[in-house]
Write a protein that binds this ligand. Structure first.
Ligand SMILES: Nc1ncnc2c1ncn2[C@@H]1O[C@H](COP(=O)(O)OP(=O)(O)OP(=O)(O)O)[C@@H](O)[C@H]1O
Ligand SMILES: [Mg+2]
Length: 233
C-alpha cells in the first residue's frame, strides 16, 4: 500500500533522512522503533508532504506522491495523527468530529460519528466539552476518531502513548487492537517497546536517518544486538 525507496529529506541545509526504505502492506500494522532523533517523525512528515522529499520515491496505492501538497496526500486516503494530537482546542468534541467527518464524505470506509463513539464511549460523554478541556488520553482518542472519520486507507500515528498514564495506554492499545481486527492499515511510530511489538505485524528499526532492520516482532525480541545498538535496553 505504501512504499518508500531511497527517500532523502531534511530541514534547510541539514539532511536528516539518508535513504529510507519502507514497505507497509494492506491490512498490516507496521511499527517504527528507534532512538530519539533517528528520523522517525521526519519520515512520517515526508510521507505526508509536510517535509519535502529531496530524493527517492514514495508510492501510495500505486501513485507516486512525493512532491504533492499535504492536503492532496491526505485526500488520497492517508490520515495522519501527529505527536501534538490533531484536536481543535477552541471547538467542542462534537464540532471536532463533524469537521473531520466532512472531509471523509464520499470516501469508502463507512466510518460515522456514531461508529467512532461506539469505539470511544468516553467521547460520547464529552461531546459538549472543548477540545482543550480533555485529558491527554481523551485528546488522543479524539484525534484517532477524527482520523477514522476521514475514512482513510492508511492511518499514521506518531507516538500515541506519549505522556499517558499506563491505564490509558492500555485503553488505547485495546482500541487499536479492535481497529486491527476490523482490517485497518496502520503505520505507527512508538517508543513504548511492548506496546509496539504486541500490536504490530511487522516492525522497522530506524537509526541515523535510515531504516536499519525490518522483521517480525518475535525476530526483534530475540535479537539482543539489534536492541543494544539501535533501541536501548
Ligand atoms: N523542524 C526541524 N528543524 C531542524 N531540524 C529538525 C527539525 N525537526 C527535527 N529535526 C532534526 O532531525 C533529526 C530527526 O528528528 P525526528 O524528529 O525525525 O526524530 P525522531 O526519530 O522522531 O525522534 P523522537 O524519538 O525524539 O521523536 C533530529 O536530529 C532533529 O534534531
Ligand atoms: Mg518523533
Amino acid at each position: 500500500m505504501l512504499e518508500l525507496s531511497g527517500v532523502t529529506a531534511g530541514y534547510g541545509e541539514t539532511q536528516v533522512l539518508h535513504g529510507v526504505d519502507l514497505v507497509v502492506r494492506e491490512g498490516q500494522f507496521h511499527a517504527i522503533l528507534g532512538r530519539n532523533g533517528a528520523g522517525k517523525t521526519t519520515t512520517l512528515k515526508t510521507i505526508m508532504g509536510l517535509v519535502p522529499a529531496k530524493g527517492g520515491e514514495i508510492r501510495f496505492a500505486g501513485d507516486s506522491i512525493a512532491g504533492r501538497e499535504p492536503y492532496r496526500i491526505a485526500t488520497l486516503g492517508i490520515a495522519y495523527v501527529p505527536e501534538t494530537r490533531d484536536v481543535f482546542g477552541a471547538l467542542t468534541v462534537e464540532e471536532n468530529l463533524h469537521l473531520a467527518a466532512r472531509i471523509g464524505v464520499g470516501r469508502a470506509g463507512g466510518w460515522s460519528i456514531e461508529k467512532v463513539l461506539a469505539i470511544f464511549p468516553n467521547l460520547a460523554e464529552r461531546m459538549d466539552n472543548g477540545g482543550n478541556q480533555l485529558s491527554g488520553g481523551e485528546q488522543q482518542m479524539l484525534s484517532i476518531g477524527r482520523a477514522l472519520l476521514m475514512n482513510p486507507s492508511l492511518m499514521i500515528l506518531d507516538e500515541p502513548t506519549e505522556g499517558l498514564a499506563p491505564i490509558i495506554v492500555r485503553q488505547i492499545f485495546d482500541k487499536l487492537m479492535e481497529l486491527k481486527q476490523a482490517g485497518l492499515t496502520l503505520l505507527l511510530v512508538e517508543q513504548n517497546f511492548h506496546f509496539a511489538l504486541n500490536l504490530a505485524d511487522e516492525v522497522s528499526v530506524f537509526g541515523r536517518g535510515q531504516c536499519i532492520w525490518t522483521g517480525t516482532p518475535d525476530a526483534l525480541r530475540m535479537d539482543e544486538d539489534l536492541h543494544k545498538r539501535w533501541i536501548g535496553v
